[in-house]
Design a protein around this ligand. Structure first.
Ligand code: AMP
Length: 213
């Protein structure tokens, strides 16, 4: 089974993809995480990526397509991929279809998380990511505790692009470019909208229901 998780920044894609990948033993591809790793390298490539992320702009399709190709072509992950934050443009969506055709795979579900913008802002401004284990928490909705997180608070970091100014640009980018691909997936009958305003466990439950139905 291959899944695409779709939605605006802060809709909860990262959290839900962690839950789903654990439950169904899928390999998660977060293009945002891959790019942040690349951006740590202070070479020309890393700096180019960092400057796009810091401005809330999309990184070019050919960079993204190459990153995804390296993982999606790996037999180990065949038919067990979940994408978080990819595809984000129509060209990326078409590239993924071609890639899957080439490797004899398909997308089984495209889940789109729908969340009101005022909630998204709170989610993003409160977001904390563990630099060690990668788990995502929130200062307002999902505090890290001794029970749900073992690495300790020193590893919990805010993302540089999680601030109000860059967020406006990230929304603008989403509305202008990414929303277009919804129509593409609707026309392939793959698109399922999920209420992303529910509690984390409830959203996970809805996704599970659809997968099993
Ligand atoms: P995310 O972690 O998914 O919120 O992504 C953080 C940033 O990485 C975005 O604002 C973009 O600058 C970049 N990015 C992540 N995924 C993509 C993608 N599929 N295409 C282009 N840029 C991306």
């Amino acid at each position: 089974m291959n899944i695409v998780l779709f939605g605006p920044p802060g809709a909860g894609k990262g959290t839900q993809s962690d839950y789903i990948s654990k439950k169904y033993n899928l390999h998660k591809i977060s293009t945002g995480d891959l790019l942040r790793e690349e951006a740590k390298n202070k070479n020309e490539f890393g700096l180019k990526i960092k400057s796009r992320i810091d401005k809330g702009l999309l990184v070019s399709d050919d960079i993204i397509d190459k990153l995804v190709m390296q993982i999606a072509s790996n037999k180990l992950y065949s038919n067990r991929l979940i994408f978080d934050g990819y595809p984000r443009t129509l060209s990326q969506a078409k590239n993924l279809n071609n890639l899957f055709k080439e490797y004899n795979q398909k997308i089984d579900f495209v889940f789109s998380l729908k969340v009101e913008e005022n909630i998204i802002i709170k989610r993003i401004l409160g977001r904390l990511t563990c630099a060690k284990c990668g788990l995502i928490f929130n200062e307002f909705f999902n505090m890290p505790t001794d029970k749900n997180h073992k690495c300790g608070s020193n590893f919990l970091k805010k993302r540089v692009d999680d601030n109000e100014e860059i967020l406006r640009d990230r929304f603008k980018t989403y509305n202008e470019q990414t929303a277009l691909i919804l129509e593409y997936y609707k026309s392939q009958n793959l698109f399922v909208e999920i209420d992303g305003m529910l509690e984390i466990e409830q959203i996970h439950g809805k996704i599970r229901e659809i997968i099993h139905s």
